[in-house]
Ligand binder design. Structure first.
Ligand code: ADP
Length: 214
């Protein structure tokens, strides 16, 4: 079963591709941002603490993130045996603690997908989303801050996972279907998931022109 981490700056498509991958595989989709927004919407004490950070585009402290995320990951593992982690981990301490947690529960991640797009494309997608969905943190100032937070806190994870040999870097500055073909091909070629019915497995992956940064 796939146990995948989606790692990407805001606007690169981790929500879209996480949802798609979950539909393809049956693994649970765990979005840290969605869980945080749900907690804020419930108006709990925890939600009130979280809201201050998310509105500014700052990272929520690791302790709060683990309190919210750990039960979801354990439930996902129990229910589906796999997960697509969308938006977590985002700091080196989170990544190291997640690795320990994964090892303890035999839930170690088997792939990390790093989605990229040029910065002006990221900003324009997020501003489009703001017009569509009205998400509170999709204003230009907060978007720019979130991108800076990604560069400082999250970008170091790219080399960490590349060093573990499980990183796939994919440009999302092209048609969604192409991104998905490359993603599927790589996961199959690396035996993270079996070929889908009607496909020919790793050969299909090679012919999809995939590139691996790991
Ligand atoms: P985006 O990737 O566009 O910023 P998300 O929905 O993934 O959107 O995250 C929204 C906000 O939730 C972040 O700006 C941050 O405040 C908080 N958040 C999400 N995941 C984490 C995490 N793993 N650690 C700390 N804060 C997080």
């Amino acid at each position: 079963m796939v146990r995948v981490i989606m790692l990407s700056p805001p606007g690169a498509g981790k929500g879209t591709h996480s949802r798609w991958l979950t539909q393809q595989t049956g693994a649970a989709h765990i979005s840290s941002g969605d869980l945080l927004r749900a907690e804020v919407a419930r108006g709990t004490d925890l939600g009130r603490q979280v809201a201050g950070y998310t509105q500014r585009g700052d990272l929520v402290p690791d302790e709060l993130i683990f309190r919210i995320l750990a039960p979801a990951v354990v439930a996902a593992a129990r229910d589906t045996g796999g997960y697509v982690l969308d938006g977590f981990p985002r700091t080196m301490p989170q990544a190291l603690r997640a690795a320990q947690f994964g090892a303890d529960l035999a839930l170690t991640s088997n792939a990390v997908i790093y989605l990229t797009a040029p910065e002006e494309e990221l900003v324009s997608r997020l501003l489009d989303r703001a017009r569509r969905d009205g998400r509170a943190d999709d204003t230009l100032g907060v978007i720019q801050h979130r991108l800076a937070v990604f560069a400082k806190e999250t970008a170091p994870l790219i080399d960490y996972y590349r060093g573990r040999g499980i990183l796939l870097e994919l440009s999302t500055d092209r048609a969604e279907a192409e991104v998905q073909a490359d993603l599927l091909g790589w996961l199959q070629a690396h035996a993270v998931m079996p070929p889908l019915a009607g496909e020919s497995g790793p050969d299909h992956a090679k012919s999809a022109g995939m590139t691996s940064a790991g």
